[in-house]
Design a protein. Structure first.
Length: 532
């Protein structure tokens, strides 16, 4: 590695820290997912149980263990806080940025690798996910690292890289189950199918990766915890995780059921403006596929097929969330970085001139959406108007530079302005949203703790309640559950309930006596008793 490569790595590490860390703990827990993992790890640490995740002080068997271990390690380092809960995601995001540079630098120019890393870091969706305690960013790091190591082993003389690759794949299985191994291998196998001339060559390439030893390594890394947890829970973990969480999501019988095309707008908006260049790179990708036996085209083909295969898989699975698609972004960023570098080398301004009008049209439409359909939702974010105006002015300057045929300066400006915009807007937007929509509930919960009140909460999606009280805040999951609890607690019970839900229970087919103890925004602490 050249000295200048080391300097760029330090710069990327600094930029990543600036993007991820300053406001990482400035906003409260986002329910539900941010709370599930933050509170699950906190309870494990409190209980001294490092094998079984807990929530509301009961076993919580929806996900494997690695994400909890990462958060526990962070709690032990920084203390229990929102910052510590999210630090593993931010760290994994930083490592992904650095890894994108290091991986691609083996095969392409320094500028192409740097542009790949920067486009990844300045993608809004990538930065948003790095600000939450979720499984997705660590999974994206592990899947990307394992696939990159295996590809490097194939394309360089460092055959030994397959062994750390399989160790990392085993960690991916500990992070998300068998899907971690599947996401690692699907793009690589597709790449081998496309770039080998015959079934025999394909089989030889697969055997070069020593897959049987690889599977053994994956099992050695991941299987002990799965077996131990299955024994501890008497099979309940296997039933919940593999039966309900994995199979039900793939078959479309669980939740978050969304159409096939869902991830198209998610990726287009979540990587804007770089999504325009991903589209623009289509011609380059097609040419690489036509020339697929050329050594110089292998990285583009591998990265494109990896992104495409993972994107198609998540699109086919009926259960969808925006964060699931994160593993697509690193390899897509490599394709984008190579494309931008070749544009600068050739000076082909006309090829991307169309991107500037699209960006300005997007900028012209957004205020009408904000002031029209989403007026109330946009109101808390008015303080970001200055940043938005500055970003649009940079897009206008980008257009002018393209007109003047100053392509390298134009891309440099676009890169800098995108990075600055997301570094400011993502954490500030999350902070403002939490204060506008989530803080009232959390303030009420904190007041309950100070008053030594142990309520229930009329929703199953508020794990932050236990995070802030440090005791169980059991959920009321339905009207039927509510009625059963009222019958069992004849002297009444204390519940945290939203204004909307409070109005709903007043019209239930049984009479209740409701006394509001405290009100915060749209949330109430209420004493509720069944009227006989």
């Amino acid at each position: 590695m050249k000295k200048t490569d080391g300097n760029l790595l330090l710069l990327l590490a600094f930029l990543s820290a600036v993007c991820f860390l300053p406001l990482l703990g400035s906003f409260g827990i986002f329910d539900p997912s941010d709370g599930w993992y933050s509170e699950g790890a906190r309870e494990m640490l409190e209980l001294g149980d490092y094998l079984t995740p807990h929530l509301n002080y009961k076993p919580w068997l929806e996900k494997p263990i690695l994400v909890y271990w990462l958060i526990i390690a962070s709690y032990k380092t920084f203390g229990v806080s929102e910052f510590a809960a999210r630090f593993p995601s931010a760290l994994c995001g930083t490592l992904l940025v650095l890894g994108t540079f290091l991986f691609s630098r083996q095969f392409v120019s320094q500028r192409a690798s740097f542009l790949a890393a920067i486009t990844l870091l300045s993608s809004p969706l990538f930065l948003v996910v790095g600000h939450f305690a979720l499984t997705d960013m660590p999974l994206a790091l592990l899947v990307s690292a394992s696939a990159a190591l295996l590809f490097s082993a194939l394309r360089t003389s460092r055959q030994w890289l397959i062994y750390p690759a399989y160790v990392v794949a085993g960690l991916a299985v500990l992070q998300k189950g068998p899907i971690g191994l599947f996401l690692t291998g699907i793009g690589l196998l597709l790449y081998l199918l496309v770039t080998n001339r015959s079934p025999k060559e394909f089989l030889q390439s697969v055997l070069r990766l020593n897959p049987f030893v690889g599977i053994l390594i994956v099992l050695i890394v991941s299987l002990p915890w799965y077996v131990t947890e299955s024994v501890i829970t008497k099979g309940a973990f296997l039933q919940e995780f593999f039966g309900r969480q994995t199979f039900s999501r793939i078959s479309g019988t669980l939740d978050h059921l969304l159409p096939f095309w869902f991830y198209i707008p998610v990726v287009l908006a979540g990587t804007f403006p770089w999504s325009l260049f991903i589209i623009g790179a289509a011609k380059q990708v097609i040419q690489s596929l036509k020339d697929r036996f050329n050594d110089n085209q292998q990285l583009i083909i591998f990265c494109f097929l990896s992104s495409a295969a993972i994107f198609l898989f998540f699109s086919l699975v009926p259960s969808k969330l925006p964060t699931y698609i994160i593993p697509v972004l690193p390899t897509a960023a490599v394709v984008t970085g190579i494309y931008l570098d070749r544009l600068i080398q050739s000076g082909r301004v006309k090829e991307i001139f169309w991107t500037a009008p699209i960006m300005l049209i997007f900028a012209a439409i957004m205020p009408f959406l904000a002031m029209g359909k989403f007026a109330q939702e946009a109101k808390p974010f008015a303080s970001l108007t200055v940043v938005a105006v500055a970003l649009v002015l940079s897009w206008l300057a980008y257009l002018i530079l393209l007109v003047k045929n100053k392509l390298q300066t134009a891309i440099t400006l676009l890169t800098a302005s995108s990075l600055i915009a997301v570094a400011i807007c993502v954490p500030v937007t999350l902070t403002l949203y939490q204060r506008a929509h989530l803080k009232d509930f959390q303030d009420l919960v904190i007041w309950c703790k100070s008053a030594d009140i142990h309520p229930m909460v009329f929703t199953s999606l508020k794990p932050s309640a236990s995070f802030y009280t440090h005791y169980a805040v059991p959920p009321i999951t339905s009207d039927e559950h509510f009625a059963k609890l009222l019958i069992e607690n004849k002297n009444g019970m204390q519940i945290l309930i939203s204004d909307k839900k409070l109005q709903n229970i007043r019209v239930l087919p049984f009479k209740t006596n409701i006394q509001t103890v405290r009100h915060e925004g749209a949330w109430n602490l209420a004493n509720v008793r069944l009227v006989q």
